[in-house]
Design a protein around this ligand. Structure first.
Ligand SMILES: [Zn+2]
Length: 427
């Protein structure tokens, strides 16, 4: 495909048409209510939520992609002026409301962009997704797979969201006298909150804008903005901190639950008694936690013990909207792309996906794990891994400096996602 035709989750380039996989902020960076560069394609649900995030957006630019249907779009070649037809199919990404993966076909071949996705093996929804994907692929070979590689590392093993949701309900039920706060984003984790509401027979408090989103999504009975109606509150992630929890505990016994694929670690700064929380690195996970009794991986069975109490007031439960390593592997076995390009280059553990999956693709496996694309990216990796594990001073320099307020998602996803298809270094 020649350049200048298509951009996915990227808004800075000059393209003829644009695709949005979902409404999380790291995928909309550069998009605004004033944006007018061209038609924007997204799923029906994203289109419904879109004006809420971008009021006064020129809605005549929005184009809906029905999930599971091929759409043909005519474009004009920037170089020759001739007409080109591309076909695109949206597939449920099982990530957050409205999130889709995109499959493109044309004279350029076949490209797939996962956006953020989860690929659970167990649920009925996952089965449907698998069948839809196989039907969509038919006998075509995906030439380039743009992959959500957030957890592209074998140390990231976590259960299905169904199991993690049960664990969260158990934690809440076993603290009947406590108030509960749960850290969430402005979109996503609705199924978890609805499950909590229904299992425990209570409403969940959300902030006013989030209540509007819940209503748009059709959840009318499970949520409230009245604090006196419930002891369970879902709060924005940025306000979820040890400071907040300690303050709340001055008034009422309160625990915090962080639903996240990557456990946090909390430890005191030497001398000052202040806690900081941060990303748990692979090395730390395998060594330090096993020593002090907060095991995350049972050595004998390799099973993941997923709920971790990180602090008097905080539980981390691996309820993740991104695929874990084994799911990524299953997905790649299904798609069998010719090559893969990770879309999360700022991940704390960024590893070139081909390092693990090159053999599955028939592509050459890189010698180095790490994708040395930008010096800045390397620096982030080193800071996370080395400083956190070895620092005796508790300074947690660099990326870790922000303490417990620096959540996993903000650390991994502060860089804009997206691609202009195809990217120059892919072909
Ligand atoms: Zn996302």
């Amino acid at each position: 495909m020649e350049n200048g035709l298509i951009s996915v989750d990227r808004w800075s380039d000059g393209s003829q048409i644009y695709f949005l996989t979902h409404l999380h902020s790291d995928h909309t960076k550069g998009l605004s209510s004033q944006w007018s560069k061209g038609p924007l394609f997204c799923s029906r649900l994203t289109a419904k939520l879109f004006p809420f995030k971008f009021p006064n957006f020129n809605l005549s630019l929005l184009r809906v992609l029905e999930i599971g249907l091929w759409h043909s779009i005519s474009l004009i070649s920037p170089s020759s002026g001739s007409r080109k037809v591309i076909k695109v199919l949206a597939i449920d990404a099982h990530h957050c409301p409205g999130a889709v993966m995109l499959l493109f076909r044309g004279d350029f071949g076949c490209l797939m962009y996962t956006g953020d996705f989860r690929w659970e093996m167990s649920s009925e929804r996952a089965n449907k997704g698998r069948i839809a994907l196989l039907n969509a692929l038919e006998d075509n070979t995906v030439d380039i797979l743009y992959l959500d590689n957030t957890y592209c590392n074998p140390s990231y093993a976590f259960p299905s969201r169904e199991i993690a949701a049960r664990q969260i309900v158990d934690i809440i039920a076993s603290h009947p006298q406590h108030d509960i706060i749960i850290g969430i984003n402005s979109l996503g984790k609705e199924d978890l909150l609805v499950h909590i509401s229904r299992m425990l027979g209570l409403k969940v408090w959300v902030w006013p804008e989030r209540l509007q989103t819940m209503h748009l999504l059709g959840f009318n009975d499970e949520f409230t903005t009245k604090t006196n109606l419930t002891r369970v509150r879902a709060v924005p992630r940025y306000s979820f901190s040890i400071d907040t929890l300690e303050g709340l505990n001055q008034m009422r016994p309160t625990i915090g639950i962080m639903p996240s694929g990557l456990p946090w670690v909390v430890r005191p700064h030497e001398g000052d008694g202040i806690h900081s929380g941060s990303l748990l690195t692979t090395r730390y996970r395998r060594s330090k936690l096993n020593e002090n009794g907060r095991f995350l991986i049972e050595k004998q069975t390799g099973k993941v013990e997923s709920v971790t109490k990180l602090h008097n007031y905080i539980f981390s439960v691996p309820y993740s909207d991104h695929a874990c390593f084994s799911e990524i592997q299953e997905f790649i076995k299904l798609v069998r792309p010719t090559t893969i390009k990770g879309i999360v280059s700022s991940s704390s553990c960024y590893i070139e996906p081909l390092y693990y999956f090159g053999r599955l693709c028939g592509a050459k496996q890189p010698v180095n794990k790490f994708h040395h694309k930008k010096k800045g990216t390397e620096k982030v990796e080193k800071n996370v891994d080395i400083k956190f594990v070895n620092s005796k001073k508790g300074t947690n320099a660099g990326i870790l400096n922000a303490g417990v307020r620096l959540g996993r998602v903000s650390a991994l996803r502060r860089v804009q996602r997206g691609a202009r298809l195809p990217e120059d270094d892919c072909l």
